[in-house]
Design a protein around this ligand. Sequence first.
Ligand code: KIV
Ligand code: ZN
Length: 515
Amino acid sequence: MAQRTIMIFDTTLRDGEQTPGVNLEMAEKIEIAQALAKLRVDVIEAGFPVASPGDFAGVSAVAAQVKGPVIAALARAEKKDIEIAAEAIRKAERPRIHTFIATSDIHLAYKLKMTRQQVLDAAEAAVNYARKFVEDVEFSAEDASRSDWDFLCQVYAAAIRAGATVINVPDTVGYTTPGEFGRLIRYIRDNVPGIEQAAISAHCHDDLGLAIANSLAAVENGATQIECCINGLGERAGNASLEEVVMALATRSEYYRASTRIDTRQIYRTSRLVSTLSGIVVPPNKAIVGDNAFAHESGIHQHGVLNNPFTYEIMRPETVGASKSSIVLGKHSGRHAFEERLQSMGYELDAAAITALFAKFKELADRKKTVYDRDIEALVTDTALAKTEMYRLIYHHVVSGTQTLATASVRLEGASGIVEEACCGDGPVDATFKAIEKAIGVSICLKDYQIKAVTSGEDALGEATVWVEQDGMTFSGRGLSTDIIEASAKAYVSAINKMFAACGRQGAPQAAGGN
Ligand code: KIV
Ligand code: ZN
């Protein structure tokens, strides 16, 4: 059997953005979409335009600015959704409308309150209508894995008759198992009239930890498109993780007789970017992109790897862009060496961006003896985030100790000039956060706060992440510094900036006595 090419449909910006606590700003969506294009995904599902004006604007911006992959927009099987989705992807080089309706009896009875015939008609009508706007239409039968197989086949057949180019089989609730899902894909292949005119896609959720196994079972049984998210983001327990599907197919390509078009060297960088912008931390033991994915602790393993890496490594870290250079940079390193390192790490930046980063690198090298790749990576994403700043921390001072009430003063630069305030608190971080709130004049609901070292060593960069809540939405912010209070303050300001960008300045509760 010849090798098949499996299409990678990335839904980080749609299902991934449905991850609890994730809220991406427009600039962040574009940044992620550009990284996905560089990763060479075949399809980017950019959002669900009817869901909100922010979603519509995000999809439109991605469609207008990101070239290469197909840009898909999600729409329920309803005229209004389809019209809005079509408008959002109007400027895409290769637009796709992805329309869906549920097919399981439980969804029909309790959610849609529709009969099977009504669902069948709605699916056919939706695809028909979507085809009036674009040539590429994907149809999904939501909760397919819990639907009656024969009814499912009838719905897919109707969708194909109406012009669907892709039929997607979602395991919406992460309920199926590899054997069962594989049989379902084969059943669809064997029983849907016209199936040869459409690609078969699988969309698996990870509620039982089976999303990857189910996606691979789908490939073995004839699926030619897999839907997935970077770092396995997605509703509830997430979707199949892109890096795991892609590397399973790359590493076991002979077994699956299949491959993808992904540039695997971009995987690690894209994973870090998505983690930073989404605020969802990658666990150290996560396959492919976790910090420990290529670390060998046991002496026996280390010995084997030194003699021949393949004794204990089924793939090389450089294949996924995770190799660490043995040459470290420091304050004596010049711009040329810095630029080369950026390139070898997969960053393609223009001269102005490199100049700005080089200045930050020099500042960091003055405070830190050795600058590692992880530090550089953190600087790049930090600079990317800074583009959306409304307030910027320009000064902070803290006094704290066992016998002293912690006191912090901060100075921030905002659109209307400089604001500064001082406050006391339960420790230096609390005092700093209170001073920031007072200076900006808002009262913030802090949901969570984390601090960790980016690399090892006493002078390591500290990376602070905070999550704040407003109107039921969560916004994360990240800050970086060798001084952990400064990192925390930057993270807090960044989360507040994101909150203002999404909800407006006036949406946030005013601080007592604030300006
Ligand atoms: O999980 C699901 O069923 C979905 C569909 C909209 C494809 O995300
Ligand atoms: Zn889903």
